[in-house]
Design a protein around this ligand. Structure first.
Ligand code: FAD
Ligand code: SF4
Ligand code: SF4
Length: 407
Protein backbone atom coordinates (compact mmCIF):
# COMPACT_ATOMS: atom_id res chain seq x y z
CA UNK A 1 0.00 0.00 0.00
CA UNK A 2 2.75 2.47 0.99
CA UNK A 3 4.52 1.51 -2.23
CA UNK A 4 1.38 2.30 -4.25
CA UNK A 5 0.90 5.69 -2.64
CA UNK A 6 4.55 6.55 -3.33
CA UNK A 7 4.18 5.46 -6.95
CA UNK A 8 1.01 7.47 -7.37
CA UNK A 9 3.15 10.52 -8.07
CA UNK A 10 4.45 8.87 -11.27
CA UNK A 11 1.09 7.34 -12.11
CA UNK A 12 -0.90 10.56 -11.88
CA UNK A 13 -4.34 10.30 -10.33
CA UNK A 14 -4.62 6.90 -8.64
CA UNK A 15 -7.15 5.24 -6.34
CA UNK A 16 -4.66 2.51 -5.30
CA UNK A 17 -6.83 -0.14 -6.94
CA UNK A 18 -4.01 -2.66 -6.64
CA UNK A 19 -3.54 -3.57 -10.31
CA UNK A 20 -0.19 -1.77 -10.58
CA UNK A 21 1.41 -3.83 -7.82
CA UNK A 22 0.87 -7.11 -9.70
CA UNK A 23 4.13 -8.63 -10.89
CA UNK A 24 2.76 -11.05 -13.48
CA UNK A 25 2.83 -8.37 -16.19
CA UNK A 26 4.55 -4.98 -16.65
CA UNK A 27 3.13 -2.15 -14.53
CA UNK A 28 2.91 -0.03 -17.66
CA UNK A 29 0.24 -2.39 -18.98
CA UNK A 30 -1.79 -2.03 -15.80
CA UNK A 31 -1.57 1.74 -16.09
CA UNK A 32 -2.91 1.58 -19.65
CA UNK A 33 -6.15 0.19 -18.23
CA UNK A 34 -6.42 2.83 -15.52
CA UNK A 35 -9.79 4.59 -15.40
CA UNK A 36 -7.99 7.83 -14.58
CA UNK A 37 -6.25 7.57 -17.98
CA UNK A 38 -9.24 6.29 -19.95
CA UNK A 39 -12.14 8.12 -18.31
CA UNK A 40 -15.39 6.89 -16.77
CA UNK A 41 -18.09 4.87 -18.60
CA UNK A 42 -18.40 5.95 -22.29
CA UNK A 43 -16.72 3.30 -24.45
CA UNK A 44 -16.54 0.84 -21.52
CA UNK A 45 -20.29 1.07 -20.98
CA UNK A 46 -20.92 0.56 -24.69
CA UNK A 47 -18.62 -2.44 -24.72
CA UNK A 48 -20.50 -4.10 -21.86
CA UNK A 49 -24.10 -3.28 -22.77
CA UNK A 50 -23.86 -2.66 -26.51
CA UNK A 51 -24.91 0.94 -25.92
CA UNK A 52 -24.27 3.91 -23.65
CA UNK A 53 -26.88 5.06 -21.12
CA UNK A 54 -29.69 7.01 -22.78
CA UNK A 55 -29.23 10.75 -22.44
CA UNK A 56 -32.99 11.37 -22.46
CA UNK A 57 -33.85 8.89 -19.70
CA UNK A 58 -33.39 10.70 -16.34
CA UNK A 59 -33.28 7.53 -14.23
CA UNK A 60 -30.89 5.65 -16.50
CA UNK A 61 -28.74 8.78 -16.71
CA UNK A 62 -28.15 8.64 -12.94
CA UNK A 63 -28.46 4.95 -12.02
CA UNK A 64 -26.96 3.44 -15.17
CA UNK A 65 -28.24 0.62 -17.38
CA UNK A 66 -30.28 -1.91 -15.44
CA UNK A 67 -32.35 -5.05 -15.89
CA UNK A 68 -34.08 -4.67 -12.53
CA UNK A 69 -34.03 -2.43 -9.43
CA UNK A 70 -35.63 -3.09 -6.06
CA UNK A 71 -35.06 -2.79 -2.33
CA UNK A 72 -34.68 -5.81 -0.09
CA UNK A 73 -33.18 -7.26 3.02
CA UNK A 74 -32.04 -10.73 3.90
CA UNK A 75 -34.66 -12.62 5.92
CA UNK A 76 -31.74 -13.75 8.10
CA UNK A 77 -29.11 -11.01 8.10
CA UNK A 78 -25.44 -11.99 8.03
CA UNK A 79 -24.10 -10.97 11.47
CA UNK A 80 -21.54 -8.12 11.34
CA UNK A 81 -22.10 -7.49 7.63
CA UNK A 82 -22.35 -3.85 6.60
CA UNK A 83 -26.14 -4.06 6.12
CA UNK A 84 -28.05 -7.30 5.79
CA UNK A 85 -25.10 -8.99 4.08
CA UNK A 86 -26.53 -9.45 0.59
CA UNK A 87 -23.06 -9.20 -0.94
CA UNK A 88 -21.46 -11.72 1.41
CA UNK A 89 -24.27 -14.20 0.89
CA UNK A 90 -24.01 -13.87 -2.91
CA UNK A 91 -20.27 -14.60 -2.65
CA UNK A 92 -20.81 -17.53 -0.28
CA UNK A 93 -23.45 -19.12 -2.52
CA UNK A 94 -21.48 -18.53 -5.73
CA UNK A 95 -18.55 -20.37 -4.18
CA UNK A 96 -20.65 -23.11 -2.62
CA UNK A 97 -22.45 -23.84 -5.90
CA UNK A 98 -19.18 -23.92 -7.87
CA UNK A 99 -20.07 -20.89 -9.98
CA UNK A 100 -16.68 -19.48 -8.94
CA UNK A 101 -13.50 -21.00 -7.51
CA UNK A 102 -12.40 -17.95 -5.54
CA UNK A 103 -13.44 -14.43 -4.53
CA UNK A 104 -11.22 -11.37 -4.99
CA UNK A 105 -12.17 -9.13 -2.08
CA UNK A 106 -10.94 -7.65 1.22
CA UNK A 107 -10.39 -8.74 4.78
CA UNK A 108 -9.98 -6.35 7.69
CA UNK A 109 -6.34 -5.57 8.40
CA UNK A 110 -4.93 -6.59 11.76
CA UNK A 111 -3.72 -3.05 12.49
CA UNK A 112 -7.04 -1.15 12.22
CA UNK A 113 -10.66 -2.36 12.16
CA UNK A 114 -11.50 0.02 9.29
CA UNK A 115 -8.47 -0.78 7.12
CA UNK A 116 -8.39 -3.45 4.43
CA UNK A 117 -6.18 -6.32 3.40
CA UNK A 118 -6.69 -7.67 -0.14
CA UNK A 119 -7.52 -11.35 -0.26
CA UNK A 120 -8.29 -14.14 -2.71
CA UNK A 121 -10.84 -15.98 -0.59
CA UNK A 122 -10.73 -19.71 -1.32
CA UNK A 123 -12.95 -21.14 1.40
CA UNK A 124 -16.37 -20.46 2.91
CA UNK A 125 -14.69 -19.12 6.07
CA UNK A 126 -12.45 -16.74 4.13
CA UNK A 127 -15.44 -15.44 2.19
CA UNK A 128 -17.46 -14.96 5.37
CA UNK A 129 -14.56 -13.01 6.90
CA UNK A 130 -14.71 -10.46 4.05
CA UNK A 131 -18.01 -8.96 5.21
CA UNK A 132 -18.27 -5.32 6.31
CA UNK A 133 -16.99 -2.01 4.96
CA UNK A 134 -13.40 -0.87 4.97
CA UNK A 135 -13.92 2.83 4.22
CA UNK A 136 -10.43 3.51 2.84
CA UNK A 137 -8.87 3.25 -0.62
CA UNK A 138 -8.26 -0.47 -1.05
CA UNK A 139 -6.09 -2.46 -3.45
CA UNK A 140 -8.76 -5.08 -4.20
CA UNK A 141 -7.30 -5.99 -7.61
CA UNK A 142 -3.94 -7.00 -6.17
CA UNK A 143 -5.34 -10.48 -5.46
CA UNK A 144 -5.85 -11.10 -9.18
CA UNK A 145 -2.18 -12.05 -9.05
CA UNK A 146 -2.96 -15.02 -6.79
CA UNK A 147 -5.91 -16.02 -8.99
CA UNK A 148 -3.63 -16.01 -12.07
CA UNK A 149 -0.87 -17.92 -10.30
CA UNK A 150 -3.36 -20.53 -9.11
CA UNK A 151 -4.73 -20.74 -12.67
CA UNK A 152 -8.31 -20.17 -11.50
CA UNK A 153 -10.83 -20.21 -14.31
CA UNK A 154 -13.89 -18.68 -12.59
CA UNK A 155 -13.74 -15.87 -10.05
CA UNK A 156 -15.97 -13.28 -8.39
CA UNK A 157 -14.59 -9.77 -7.85
CA UNK A 158 -16.26 -7.48 -5.29
CA UNK A 159 -15.25 -3.87 -5.78
CA UNK A 160 -15.94 -0.18 -6.05
CA UNK A 161 -16.47 1.47 -9.45
CA UNK A 162 -12.78 2.19 -10.04
CA UNK A 163 -11.93 -1.49 -9.46
CA UNK A 164 -14.63 -2.72 -11.83
CA UNK A 165 -13.74 -0.21 -14.58
CA UNK A 166 -10.06 -1.07 -14.49
CA UNK A 167 -10.72 -4.81 -14.31
CA UNK A 168 -13.05 -4.77 -17.33
CA UNK A 169 -10.64 -2.71 -19.39
CA UNK A 170 -7.68 -4.89 -18.46
CA UNK A 171 -9.47 -8.14 -19.22
CA UNK A 172 -10.32 -6.91 -22.68
CA UNK A 173 -7.10 -5.09 -23.51
CA UNK A 174 -4.58 -7.76 -22.44
CA UNK A 175 -4.49 -11.57 -22.68
CA UNK A 176 -3.70 -12.41 -19.03
CA UNK A 177 -7.30 -12.71 -17.73
CA UNK A 178 -9.06 -13.36 -20.99
CA UNK A 179 -9.67 -17.05 -20.33
CA UNK A 180 -11.13 -16.32 -16.90
CA UNK A 181 -14.89 -16.20 -16.32
CA UNK A 182 -15.29 -13.13 -14.10
CA UNK A 183 -18.42 -12.19 -12.15
CA UNK A 184 -18.57 -8.79 -10.47
CA UNK A 185 -20.51 -7.40 -7.51
CA UNK A 186 -20.25 -3.63 -7.14
CA UNK A 187 -20.67 -1.36 -4.14
CA UNK A 188 -21.79 2.24 -4.60
CA UNK A 189 -18.83 4.33 -3.48
CA UNK A 190 -18.20 7.98 -2.75
CA UNK A 191 -16.09 10.12 -0.39
CA UNK A 192 -13.59 7.34 0.24
CA UNK A 193 -10.35 8.32 1.97
CA UNK A 194 -6.68 7.45 2.09
CA UNK A 195 -5.79 5.40 5.14
CA UNK A 196 -3.27 7.99 6.39
CA UNK A 197 -6.16 10.48 6.71
CA UNK A 198 -8.76 8.10 8.15
CA UNK A 199 -7.99 8.43 11.87
CA UNK A 200 -7.75 12.23 11.60
CA UNK A 201 -11.21 12.31 9.99
CA UNK A 202 -12.83 9.85 12.41
CA UNK A 203 -11.49 11.81 15.39
CA UNK A 204 -13.30 14.87 14.06
CA UNK A 205 -16.58 13.02 13.47
CA UNK A 206 -16.97 10.82 16.53
CA UNK A 207 -16.83 11.55 20.23
CA UNK A 208 -15.27 8.12 20.76
CA UNK A 209 -13.23 7.14 17.68
CA UNK A 210 -11.43 4.33 19.53
CA UNK A 211 -14.64 2.30 20.02
CA UNK A 212 -16.18 2.86 16.55
CA UNK A 213 -16.87 -0.36 14.63
CA UNK A 214 -19.31 0.64 11.90
CA UNK A 215 -19.86 3.96 10.18
CA UNK A 216 -22.24 5.02 7.42
CA UNK A 217 -23.54 8.27 5.87
CA UNK A 218 -27.28 7.77 6.17
CA UNK A 219 -30.47 8.77 4.40
CA UNK A 220 -31.52 10.82 7.47
CA UNK A 221 -28.69 13.30 6.76
CA UNK A 222 -26.63 12.00 9.68
CA UNK A 223 -23.56 9.84 10.07
CA UNK A 224 -24.36 6.78 12.17
CA UNK A 225 -21.42 5.37 14.13
CA UNK A 226 -21.94 2.08 15.94
CA UNK A 227 -19.68 1.53 18.94
CA UNK A 228 -18.33 -1.60 20.58
CA UNK A 229 -20.79 -1.21 23.51
CA UNK A 230 -23.74 -1.48 21.09
CA UNK A 231 -24.70 2.23 21.12
CA UNK A 232 -25.16 4.25 17.94
CA UNK A 233 -23.86 7.80 17.80
CA UNK A 234 -25.59 10.05 15.24
CA UNK A 235 -23.82 13.14 13.91
CA UNK A 236 -25.71 15.48 11.55
CA UNK A 237 -23.86 16.26 8.29
CA UNK A 238 -24.52 19.94 9.05
CA UNK A 239 -22.69 19.87 12.37
CA UNK A 240 -19.37 18.52 11.18
CA UNK A 241 -16.32 20.71 11.88
CA UNK A 242 -15.65 23.11 9.01
CA UNK A 243 -12.26 21.48 8.32
CA UNK A 244 -14.07 18.36 7.06
CA UNK A 245 -15.51 20.38 4.19
CA UNK A 246 -12.02 20.94 2.78
CA UNK A 247 -11.99 19.07 -0.57
CA UNK A 248 -8.26 18.46 -0.14
CA UNK A 249 -8.88 15.85 2.57
CA UNK A 250 -10.33 13.49 -0.06
CA UNK A 251 -8.12 11.72 -2.60
CA UNK A 252 -7.99 13.42 -6.00
CA UNK A 253 -9.18 10.10 -7.45
CA UNK A 254 -12.43 10.17 -5.46
CA UNK A 255 -13.04 13.84 -6.26
CA UNK A 256 -12.60 12.91 -9.94
CA UNK A 257 -14.95 9.92 -9.70
CA UNK A 258 -18.05 9.89 -11.90
CA UNK A 259 -19.56 6.46 -11.32
CA UNK A 260 -21.08 6.55 -7.83
CA UNK A 261 -23.41 3.61 -8.56
CA UNK A 262 -20.88 1.30 -10.15
CA UNK A 263 -22.43 1.26 -13.62
CA UNK A 264 -20.20 -1.53 -15.00
CA UNK A 265 -20.80 -4.10 -12.27
CA UNK A 266 -22.98 -7.14 -12.95
CA UNK A 267 -25.00 -6.24 -9.86
CA UNK A 268 -24.70 -3.22 -7.55
CA UNK A 269 -25.74 -3.57 -3.92
CA UNK A 270 -26.07 -0.43 -1.81
CA UNK A 271 -28.63 1.17 0.48
CA UNK A 272 -29.11 4.66 -0.95
CA UNK A 273 -32.73 4.39 -2.19
CA UNK A 274 -33.90 1.98 0.51
CA UNK A 275 -36.29 2.98 3.27
CA UNK A 276 -34.51 3.75 6.53
CA UNK A 277 -36.51 2.01 9.26
CA UNK A 278 -35.56 1.24 12.86
CA UNK A 279 -34.19 -2.29 13.35
CA UNK A 280 -34.22 -3.02 9.62
CA UNK A 281 -31.35 -3.28 7.17
CA UNK A 282 -33.00 -2.58 3.86
CA UNK A 283 -30.70 -2.43 0.84
CA UNK A 284 -30.94 -1.24 -2.74
CA UNK A 285 -30.22 -3.79 -5.46
CA UNK A 286 -29.47 -2.86 -9.08
CA UNK A 287 -29.18 -5.81 -11.44
CA UNK A 288 -27.35 -4.79 -14.61
CA UNK A 289 -26.40 -7.88 -16.61
CA UNK A 290 -27.36 -11.53 -17.14
CA UNK A 291 -24.47 -12.50 -14.90
CA UNK A 292 -25.88 -10.16 -12.25
CA UNK A 293 -29.24 -11.92 -12.59
CA UNK A 294 -27.47 -15.27 -12.17
CA UNK A 295 -25.84 -14.01 -8.97
CA UNK A 296 -29.13 -12.67 -7.62
CA UNK A 297 -30.91 -15.97 -8.38
CA UNK A 298 -28.52 -17.70 -5.97
CA UNK A 299 -30.02 -15.88 -2.98
CA UNK A 300 -33.34 -14.50 -4.21
CA UNK A 301 -35.42 -16.83 -2.01
CA UNK A 302 -33.46 -15.61 1.06
CA UNK A 303 -34.59 -12.01 0.45
CA UNK A 304 -37.60 -10.10 1.65
CA UNK A 305 -38.26 -7.83 -1.31
CA UNK A 306 -39.83 -4.36 -1.38
CA UNK A 307 -40.48 -1.94 -4.21
CA UNK A 308 -38.69 1.36 -4.55
CA UNK A 309 -40.38 4.37 -2.97
CA UNK A 310 -40.12 8.17 -2.95
CA UNK A 311 -40.74 11.01 -5.38
CA UNK A 312 -38.22 11.39 -8.16
CA UNK A 313 -38.12 15.19 -8.06
CA UNK A 314 -35.30 16.86 -6.06
CA UNK A 315 -34.29 19.80 -8.26
CA UNK A 316 -34.94 22.44 -5.59
CA UNK A 317 -32.85 20.60 -3.01
CA UNK A 318 -29.95 20.17 -5.45
CA UNK A 319 -29.99 23.77 -6.62
CA UNK A 320 -30.15 25.05 -3.04
CA UNK A 321 -26.62 23.75 -2.44
CA UNK A 322 -25.17 23.96 -5.93
CA UNK A 323 -23.89 27.53 -5.88
CA UNK A 324 -22.12 27.12 -2.53
CA UNK A 325 -20.64 23.81 -3.64
CA UNK A 326 -19.34 25.26 -6.90
CA UNK A 327 -17.84 28.26 -5.09
CA UNK A 328 -16.19 25.90 -2.59
CA UNK A 329 -14.45 24.09 -5.45
CA UNK A 330 -13.40 27.36 -7.08
CA UNK A 331 -12.01 29.08 -3.98
CA UNK A 332 -8.84 27.57 -2.65
CA UNK A 333 -9.37 28.39 0.99
CA UNK A 334 -6.20 27.83 2.97
CA UNK A 335 -7.56 27.80 6.51
CA UNK A 336 -10.53 25.87 7.85
CA UNK A 337 -11.88 26.11 11.36
CA UNK A 338 -11.96 23.08 13.64
CA UNK A 339 -15.25 24.33 15.11
CA UNK A 340 -18.65 22.86 14.20
CA UNK A 341 -20.44 25.04 11.63
CA UNK A 342 -23.76 24.44 13.39
CA UNK A 343 -24.14 23.12 16.97
CA UNK A 344 -25.19 19.48 17.30
CA UNK A 345 -28.67 20.25 18.64
CA UNK A 346 -29.43 22.55 15.69
CA UNK A 347 -27.93 20.03 13.23
CA UNK A 348 -30.25 17.33 14.59
CA UNK A 349 -33.19 19.67 14.12
CA UNK A 350 -32.26 20.36 10.48
CA UNK A 351 -31.69 16.64 9.81
CA UNK A 352 -35.07 15.78 11.31
CA UNK A 353 -36.78 18.47 9.26
CA UNK A 354 -35.07 17.38 6.05
CA UNK A 355 -35.86 13.70 6.73
CA UNK A 356 -39.53 14.70 6.83
CA UNK A 357 -39.62 17.21 3.99
CA UNK A 358 -36.55 16.40 1.85
CA UNK A 359 -36.05 13.81 -0.90
CA UNK A 360 -36.66 10.16 -0.01
CA UNK A 361 -36.05 6.80 -1.64
CA UNK A 362 -35.22 7.17 -5.32
CA UNK A 363 -35.49 10.96 -4.83
CA UNK A 364 -32.71 10.74 -2.22
CA UNK A 365 -30.58 8.61 -4.56
CA UNK A 366 -31.25 11.11 -7.36
CA UNK A 367 -30.24 13.98 -5.05
CA UNK A 368 -27.10 12.25 -3.83
CA UNK A 369 -25.88 11.29 -7.32
CA UNK A 370 -26.48 14.82 -8.64
CA UNK A 371 -24.92 16.55 -5.61
CA UNK A 372 -21.73 14.52 -5.96
CA UNK A 373 -21.41 14.81 -9.71
CA UNK A 374 -21.81 18.59 -9.50
CA UNK A 375 -19.17 18.75 -6.76
CA UNK A 376 -16.80 16.53 -8.74
CA UNK A 377 -17.28 18.28 -12.06
CA UNK A 378 -16.32 21.65 -10.57
CA UNK A 379 -13.50 20.12 -8.55
CA UNK A 380 -11.94 18.82 -11.76
CA UNK A 381 -12.76 21.99 -13.68
CA UNK A 382 -11.11 24.32 -11.17
CA UNK A 383 -8.43 22.16 -9.59
CA UNK A 384 -7.20 19.84 -12.36
CA UNK A 385 -8.68 21.30 -15.58
CA UNK A 386 -6.32 19.29 -17.79
CA UNK A 387 -8.28 16.17 -16.71
CA UNK A 388 -11.71 17.52 -17.64
CA UNK A 389 -11.93 16.04 -21.14
CA UNK A 390 -10.49 12.70 -20.12
CA UNK A 391 -12.43 12.00 -16.92
CA UNK A 392 -15.92 13.40 -17.38
CA UNK A 393 -18.46 11.17 -19.14
CA UNK A 394 -21.19 12.59 -21.35
CA UNK A 395 -24.05 11.99 -18.90
CA UNK A 396 -22.54 14.46 -16.43
CA UNK A 397 -22.74 17.32 -18.92
CA UNK A 398 -26.32 16.38 -19.78
CA UNK A 399 -27.28 16.62 -16.08
CA UNK A 400 -25.45 19.94 -15.58
CA UNK A 401 -27.34 21.23 -18.60
CA UNK A 402 -30.61 20.09 -16.98
CA UNK A 403 -29.83 22.34 -14.00
CA UNK A 404 -28.69 25.23 -16.20
CA UNK A 405 -25.20 25.07 -14.68
CA UNK A 406 -22.26 26.35 -16.74
CA UNK A 407 -19.76 23.89 -18.28
C1 FAD B 1 -16.22 4.00 1.07
C2 FAD B 1 -17.61 3.44 0.86
C3 FAD B 1 -18.64 4.33 0.57
C4 FAD B 1 -19.93 3.83 0.34
N1 FAD B 1 -20.92 4.71 0.04
C5 FAD B 1 -22.17 4.25 -0.22
C6 FAD B 1 -23.21 5.16 -0.55
O1 FAD B 1 -23.01 6.39 -0.55
N2 FAD B 1 -24.44 4.64 -0.86
C7 FAD B 1 -24.69 3.30 -0.84
O2 FAD B 1 -25.81 2.90 -1.14
N3 FAD B 1 -23.72 2.42 -0.52
C8 FAD B 1 -22.47 2.85 -0.20
N4 FAD B 1 -21.49 1.97 0.15
C9 FAD B 1 -21.81 0.51 0.13
C10 FAD B 1 -22.54 0.05 1.40
O3 FAD B 1 -21.98 0.64 2.54
C11 FAD B 1 -22.47 -1.48 1.58
O4 FAD B 1 -21.15 -1.92 1.41
C12 FAD B 1 -23.31 -2.23 0.59
O5 FAD B 1 -24.63 -1.78 0.68
C13 FAD B 1 -23.27 -3.74 0.82
O6 FAD B 1 -23.85 -4.08 2.04
P1 FAD B 1 -23.87 -5.63 2.47
O7 FAD B 1 -24.43 -5.77 3.84
O8 FAD B 1 -24.49 -6.42 1.38
O9 FAD B 1 -22.28 -5.85 2.53
P2 FAD B 1 -21.41 -7.03 3.10
O10 FAD B 1 -22.09 -8.34 2.92
O11 FAD B 1 -20.93 -6.63 4.45
O12 FAD B 1 -20.19 -6.98 2.06
C14 FAD B 1 -19.49 -5.80 1.79
C15 FAD B 1 -18.45 -6.12 0.73
O13 FAD B 1 -17.84 -4.90 0.29
C16 FAD B 1 -16.42 -5.08 0.33
N5 FAD B 1 -15.77 -3.81 0.62
C17 FAD B 1 -15.75 -3.18 1.80
N6 FAD B 1 -15.04 -2.04 1.73
C18 FAD B 1 -14.60 -1.96 0.46
C19 FAD B 1 -13.79 -1.03 -0.24
N7 FAD B 1 -13.28 0.04 0.35
N8 FAD B 1 -13.54 -1.25 -1.55
C20 FAD B 1 -14.02 -2.35 -2.17
N9 FAD B 1 -14.78 -3.28 -1.55
C21 FAD B 1 -15.07 -3.09 -0.25
C22 FAD B 1 -16.22 -6.07 1.48
O14 FAD B 1 -14.93 -6.64 1.46
C23 FAD B 1 -17.35 -7.04 1.26
O15 FAD B 1 -17.05 -7.99 0.27
C24 FAD B 1 -20.19 2.43 0.41
C25 FAD B 1 -19.14 1.55 0.72
C26 FAD B 1 -17.85 2.05 0.95
C27 FAD B 1 -16.73 1.08 1.27
S1 SF4 C 1 -5.74 3.32 -9.93
FE1 SF4 C 1 -4.93 1.26 -10.20
S2 SF4 C 1 -4.41 1.11 -12.41
FE2 SF4 C 1 -4.67 3.28 -11.88
S3 SF4 C 1 -2.56 3.97 -11.43
FE3 SF4 C 1 -3.56 3.43 -9.46
S4 SF4 C 1 -2.98 1.28 -9.07
FE4 SF4 C 1 -2.57 1.73 -11.26
S1 SF4 D 1 -14.97 7.17 -4.76
FE1 SF4 D 1 -14.63 6.38 -6.85
S2 SF4 D 1 -12.40 6.49 -7.15
FE2 SF4 D 1 -12.79 6.65 -4.94
S3 SF4 D 1 -12.58 4.53 -4.21
FE3 SF4 D 1 -14.77 4.92 -4.62
S4 SF4 D 1 -15.08 4.23 -6.75
FE4 SF4 D 1 -12.87 4.43 -6.44
Amino acid sequence: MTQEITNSVEKGICSSCGLCSIQEWPMQESIQSCVFKNGWLGKREKQLFGRERQQDNPEELRFGITLERFTAQRKHPVPDAQWSGIITSIAEKAFDRGLVEGVVTLHRSAENHFFSQPVLALSADEIHASRGNKPVLSPVLRSLQDAVRKKLKKILVIGAACHIHILRDFQERFPYLREMEIYTVGIPCVDNVQRNKFDWILERISRSPGTALHMEFMQDFRIHIRHSNGTTEKVPFFSLPEELSNPEIFPEACMGCFDYLNGLSDITVGYLAAKLLPDQNRQWVIVRTKKGQELLNLIDDELERFGEHGDWECKKAVLKNAERTIQGMKDRKTSYSSERKIPLWAGHLISRLLSMTGPKGIGFAHYSVDFHLIRHYYYVKYRCPEQLTVLVPRYVRTILHEYGLPL
